[in-house]
Design a protein around this ligand. Sequence first.
Ligand SMILES: [Zn+2]
Ligand SMILES: [Zn+2]
Length: 699
Amino acid sequence: MLTLRKRKEICKNMAEETNNQPKPAGEPQPNTRPASSNGAQANQTSGGGQGRRQGNGQNQNGQRRNNNAGGNGRSNNRGGNGNGQRKERGGMGRPPRMRMPKGPQTFVHGSFNGSGNGNSSAPAAPKAAVQLRGVSKTDAGKLKIIPLGGLNQIGKNIMALEYEDDIIIMDMGFTFPGEDQPGIDLVIPDVTYLEERKHKIRGILITHAHEDHVGGIPFILPKIPAPIYAAQFTIKFIERKLEEYKLPFKPELHIVDPDKHDKIQLGVFNVEFLRITHSIPDACSLVIRNPVGTILNTGDWRFEENPVDGKASDKQRLKEVGDEGVMMLMCDSTSCEKTGRSPSEAEIVDTIDEILVRNYNKRVVIAAFASQITRMQIIIDAVAKSKRKLVVVGRSMLNNLELAVKLGYVKIPAGLIIKARDMSKYQDGQIVVVSTGSQGETFSALQRMGTGDHRDVKLKQNDVVILSASIIPGNEKSVWGMVDNLYRWGAYVYQPSTADFDGLGTMHTSGHASIDEIKEMIQLTRPKYYLPIHGEMHHMFHNAAIAKTEGIADENIFVIEDGQTLIADEKGIKEGPKVTSGSVLIDGAGIGDVQEIVLKDRLAMSSDGVFMAIATIDKKTGRLKVSPDIISRGFIYMKDNTELVHKSRQIVQTIFDKRDISTPANSLIIKTRVRDELANYLFKVTKRNPIVLPVVIEV
Ligand SMILES: [Zn+2]
Ligand SMILES: [Zn+2]
């Protein structure tokens, strides 16, 4: 915990900062603050400790996991219906239009959310000194830790920290829908809690550019506009992503350089980005200093002794932060059930080299995650070494590679890449194709090669395919189905699960820390409290067990789910109240939130089909003009079920014939009666529950 002296220092710094700021007005002042002047006012290093530096990182998300949306009994999808999303956008035309400063960053805390709110940039003074507006006595001097996504599932990570009048947010991801969510494109976290306090939000910190950490931004940012801070690659990735979504305002994005130990003051929070290894460039851990005590959020990480890009995790800085005192470590749980340490990327280099040598005269297709930029460099180096040419297929692969090359994260020797259509000018042994589809994704390049539908790459006898990724649980069926298809063309497939059979070494490393790395992290940082994050329940329990073996007191380790807050004050940390959390389902490119009822309909349609009864009635008399039409899709084959169709017609006919004249034929009452009676009858006869649609046409 911070000493009183340090807290006073923080407050003093912030008071100075506040004085320098433009006077808060009643409305946000989006355009009034030239980027350059910010720097001058900014308070770069207040809060305990001067910063210092960091290493780099990697992973493989984009994972297809079932997120349990309905399963936890949490609020699933907040009464959304299409305007949930739109409503917010409308209301949001107001703030943003901020310039996007580039380069080294010093920042004014508070930013645009804050300045609109009058008091929001007020320093969080020592709790006794000033009673802040809007802060109840019970909240004064307390730090609230609010997980809203990523705890009890791998995906849609988002965690907020709240201290009196300030909130910061760490990560903003999405997850892919489960099989119980047909037609849903994405699942994002429910951020009702944050929407209700959006005037307090000082900034959004992103650890790295994987979708389970950035994917929610286009949908959530409009609801809670706030400046985003991240390292360079992450910011560029977000920038490009947001361009695609065409937000009605210009997001405020700030690049932070972890190697220069940039620090950002956001309200009472002093934030330092610290370089860590993962499977994507510029992954960072976050050091959050605040009046109660330092929080360290690892982000997705592992330790790698020989990182391909030469940027190692900044263990030195981790140790310094540990020396300074860490109140709580929030640690990635994804691979905590694996013993030892995660394999080095260097071992993968050897394996790919080995396969290329063994198949020196054959064409090789390598499938990898488009987001695993580090792996891309390994593949590029191997291709260059084997004197082959490289063909890149798959849109996300091309996009990511282009961005990484532009920013200098991936180096490609001149002339190495050739166009797919020029492949025929080379012999098989001179070609490597790198492609998407390592998880058997439906429209991926490799999947299409398997079905023979890929425009540029037609597989043939003696081709070789390498899946440079392990199968993410849940994807087994699609991956093996695709692999079988690849074999049908006469290709040979190398993949991690059959590496022993092929006498090969490591083919893939996950990007997340195994047990011994987690132990080392705890030893370096020596936290008093421990919070497993980024995992399903079993991951988090095992991660907690590791912390216990490292001597962290049982009562200081929390295994909690989204929505369960923790409250930290000078007495320590304990569980606080539960807050709204859950999932919002996105259908189509952000068209709107989808209601539960829509999902139920889709599920019913996909399992039991649709049964439609069309009654054409006379406008004047309300009597049926012809016998009702029956249409069924995905339910029964009508020609084989004439009895059922006939009886259904009779049911409808009877309802209209016996209708009380005072009830209009086209009323909801009649339609409901048709639906209920038909549904009952159909269930009695078939034991199935199709969606029954009564349609009344007046002529
Ligand atoms: Zn990741
Ligand atoms: Zn992740």
